[in-house]
Design a binder for this molecule. Sequence first.
Ligand SMILES: [Zn+2]
Length: 218
Amino acid sequence: MNTLTIRYKYIKNIVNDIYLKLNITEFPIDIIEVINSFDNIKIVSYHQFMIDHNLTKEETFEILTSEEGCTDYFKRLDRYIIYYNDIDNKSEERIRWTLTHELGHILCCHYSHNTKIFSKDLTETEYRYKEAEANHFTGLLLSNPIILKKLNVRCSYDIEIFCALSSEASKYRYDSYKKWCKHQFITSSDRYIVRNFQNYLDRKKQDYAEYLAFMNSF
Ligand SMILES: [Zn+2]
């Protein structure tokens, strides 16, 4: 890897392609549907893996190495399996984030040289860089700032509700959304995405107007 600066533009293009190819028209994003649109990516839960291989919980964690989730890449076949932890009472919001994060690693081509991201060959800097890219991808895909702007979000709780993210993730997303607002740069594919969301945006606007009318009736 020549540079360790997050490839913001590259990641934005990948995310916008997904929005347009799958014709995404509303929040929250159905990440299972997004992942299933890739023929070479399969999702397996830790629970399923445990049953399939007749393992104990401890053995499962020893093999799958991560608390949240991980990915196996079979380079020769160009196929991926994303594993996610559904054993430890993980919330739906958290699982959604994990699955998207793993998809981010795949689409950012973090696996081109290694079959596992947690390879011992990875330096600390490389590891942090790949994590930062996968998280940036996740934030963009699950809470695209172009749409947040149109929804007129005012706090992290709004993001939590609209995008079905955990409150912790929503706080981070709200901070980066505020930064994005300072020098927002809108591309033509962004405009297409907003157009696809128009019905959803109108519906949300109407919900809000009805809510205000209701509150004012007291
Ligand atoms: Zn990761």
